[in-house]
Structures are given as C-alpha cells and as structure tokens.
Write a protein that binds this ligand. Structure first.
Ligand code: G3H
Ligand code: 13P
Ligand code: ZN
Length: 313
C-alpha cells in the first residue's frame, strides 16, 4: 500500500471511538520502533516530521525511511504528515515531495491571518490530493525554537471554530484544552485536568469533524526514573494522564500527537547502556535498546490509550 491521507483513518476512528497515534520521527530507529509496533498490532499510524526533524535528518532521508517501512509492511495504513508547518513554503515543499498530510500552524497569528494562510495551504494541498490540519488556540511549551510560556498560552474559543473551518476548508483542527508540548506539562502538586468542557463545546459546533490533540505525551514515570537513575536530570517531568487521553480518543479526537514519550524511551535506553557499560561505543548496541523502548511505548499507546489495535484489518 502506498502512503495514505488521514481522511479514511479519521472517518473510521471517529465512528469507532478511537484515535490514531501521530508519532514524531527524527531518525531510522524511531521510524522502525513505531512501525514495528503498528504492524504487529495492525494499527493505522501517522508518522510526522517537524521543521526541526526535516532540518536534522534532511527531509529526503525521512521520506525514504518511511518508504522503507512501507516496503516492509505493505498492508499497513501509514500517513506522512508535516508537524507544525510554519509557513506556506514549507507546506508546499512537503506536498511536492511525498507527504500526504500537512499542518499549517498559524495559531500564534491573529484570527483573520490564521484563516488567510490556512486557506492558501488548503487550496494548494487539496489540488494535490493532500489533507490539511490547522490550529486554533495556543499550547504552552516548546516547538522548534519557539517557546510559549503558560501565561501566553490560550484555550481554543469554541465560538471561533465554525467560522474557521468554514472559511478555510481545513480537514482537521487542533485545539488547545490544557495539553502542552514537552515533558513539563503541569506544575508538581497540581492535578492535571484537560478541559473536556471546551472539547464538548467544539464538538457541538462541529459535529463529526476530526479534532487533533497536540502535546499529548503522558511522560511515563518509569522512563523518567530510569533516566534519572542513570545520570539524567529530569526533575518534575509530568504528562497528561492516560485515562484522560483515552476519554478524548473515545470522542471526536481522532489524532493524538506523541513525541516527548518517544524521546524519553530512546534516552532511557541509551543512558542505561552507557551507564552499565561505559566501554560501549558501538551505536548499534545502545540505539537498539532505545529503539526497543520506542516500540514498547507505541505498542502500549495503541493498545491501552488510543484504542486503535486491529483497526488496520
Ligand atoms: O510539537 C513539537 C514536536 O514535539 C516536535 O518537536 O520541533 O523539537 O522536532 P521539534
Ligand atoms: P508532546 O511533547 O506531548 O509529545 O507533544 C508532541 C506534539 O504535539 C507534536 O506536535
Ligand atoms: Zn504539536
């Protein structure tokens, strides 16, 4: 099977009460860990590359790595998505070079400007058979070089969503309901709670429309512990409780973005090998342990959080 768009995936996910995992890719081992898990569990999957990932690995390598996974698992539904596209040119480059889905993230711009840029990307993407995700509201945390403080973040206003989707023709919408990027999502001692009331209001205004959740890593404490026990310094790293993500996946949330958890898994694996065997210097020896953690984390998400196991059959 060639790469697919997310249209069919989201339709089935919405109807089936589950979500598709969108996992960030940066190198071969991460692509392998994610797709091995998705293949074994027959789950559709979205592989997404940020601007930073494309600069780090070179977009050509990323596309070819994904094609490699497809050659190995021809029956696996895989979409290749641009994560947080900063401008029309970056989206166009991805559309012209094999991506089947792009995000234009103009969420930091004024509402009218966000509409304008998003509409331009949608026009080009749809003419080339590619789907588009956009965002309303601002998440706290770090994306590429941009750091948004908690004070500057803002929840999505449900009163904006109908006009935005109507005027842009976008295929899915990322909303801000309390998640944030990175490993430090909530203050220690506070109770993490997503704003399901905002999600419900959005769904009332956009019935049947696929919603996307960014910043949805749960920051598994077992991996934080391994990292800290092997020379790391991740203090007070806290993520989104998995039961809340499961609840979101049952509703209109069709795409759940996970990057930080994979970083933690990879780092825990590499750190363990280095600290237990300081003489190790074969990259295969430490990267394979990181890759196994990535695979285990993705398998757990598919089975216990997203609910997408078997959906590829
Ligand atoms: O939303 C941000 C993603 O985790 C990608 O992070 O821009 O450092 O690749 P990155
Ligand atoms: P996390 O940092 O929570 O993994 O979020 C990733 C993300 O939203 C990618 O767009
Ligand atoms: Zn994001």
């Amino acid at each position: 099977m060639a790469l697919v768009t997310t249209t069919e995936m989201f339709k089935k996910a919405y109807e089936g009460g589950y979500a598709i995992g969108a996992f960030n890719i940066n190198n071969m081992e991460i692509v392998q860990g994610i797709t091995e898990a998705a293949h074994e569990l027959n789950s559709p999957v979205i592989l997404q590359a940020s601007k930073g990932a494309r600069a780090y690995a070179n977009s050509v390598y990323l596309v070819k790595l994904v094609e490699g996974a497809l050659a190995l698992y021809p029956d696996l539904p895989v979409a290749l998505h641009l994560d947080h596209g900063p401008d029309f040119e970056t989206c166009k480059d991805c559309i012209d070079n094999g991506f089947t889905s792009v995000m234009i993230d103009a969420s930091s711009k004024p509402f009218e400007e966000n509409i304008e840029i998003t509409r331009k990307v949608v026009e080009y993407a749809h003419a080339h058979g590619v789907v588009v995700e956009a965002e309303l509201g601002t998440l706290a945390g770090i994306e590429d070089e941009v750091k948004v403080s908690a004070e500057d973040s803002s929840y999505t206003n449900p009163d904006d969503v109908e006009e935005f989707v109507g005027k842009t023709g976008v295929d899915s919408l990322a909303i801000a309901i309390g998640t944030s990027h990175g490993a430090y999502k909530f203050k220690p001692g506070t109770k993490p709670q997503l704003r399901f009331d905002i999600l419900d209001e959005v769904v009332k205004r956009l019935p049947g429309f696929p919603i996307v959740l960014h910043g949805a890593s749960s920051v598994p404490q077992e991996y934080v512990k391994i990292i800290n026990e092997h020379g790391g310094a991740l203090k007070d790293a806290i993520g989104v409780p998995e039961d809340q993500l499961r609840e979101a996946a049952r509703s209109a949330v069709c795409k759940i973005n996970i990057d930080s958890d994979l970083r933690l898994g990879m780092t825990a694996g590499v750190r363990t090998v280095f600290s237990e065997n300081p003489a190790a210097f074969d990259p295969r020896e430490y990267l394979k342990v990181g890759r196994k953690n990535v695979k285990d984390i993705v398998a757990h998400k598919i089975k216990d959080v997203l609910g997408s196991e078997g959906a590829a059959l």
